[in-house]
Design a protein around this ligand. Structure first.
Ligand SMILES: [Zn+2]
Length: 122
């Protein structure tokens, strides 16, 4: 199936061919079509859906137990989080990067893809 965004789409207001672009919002890539004349913008429906899904779980808090396994401590990552990050889910034996950001804050990175921390507004 071809992506709607691979076609020429005309602005419903001005009948002009819309340009493709994207913006990064809270770490999510949102592709859009934009009219060069009236700036009417249409976001890609799949990207919007993914962003909404992300918003749904973003500030959710989980309580997980810390377990000692051999010489390491283990925590379980909720399935909901792994399932959201599709790219991560597809690969087996994933490597998770982690950094101790603050004395009590541990960050986990689920994929290698780089996304600007600052969100561009546009
Ligand atoms: Zn227009």
């Amino acid at each position: 199936m071809t992506d709607l965004f691979e076609n020429k789409v005309l602005c419903k207001n001005c009948n002009r061919v819309m340009n493709r672009g994207y913006t990064i919002k809270d770490g999510c890539k949102l592709r859009f079509l934009q009219c060069p004349k009236c700036n009417n913008r249409i976001y890609h429906p799949l990207d919007l859906r993914e962003y909404e899904e992300f918003c749904r779980i973003r500030n959710k808090e989980w309580e997980v137990k810390l377990r000692l396994v051999g010489n390491s401590f283990c925590v379980s990552i909720p399935k909901e989080i792994i399932e959201f990050e599709e790219q991560f889910q597809r690969e087996i034996n994933n490597i998770i990067r982690m950094t101790l950001e603050e004395p009590t804050k541990l960050s986990l990175f689920l994929s290698k893809r780089k996304i600007n921390k600052q969100s561009k507004r546009g």
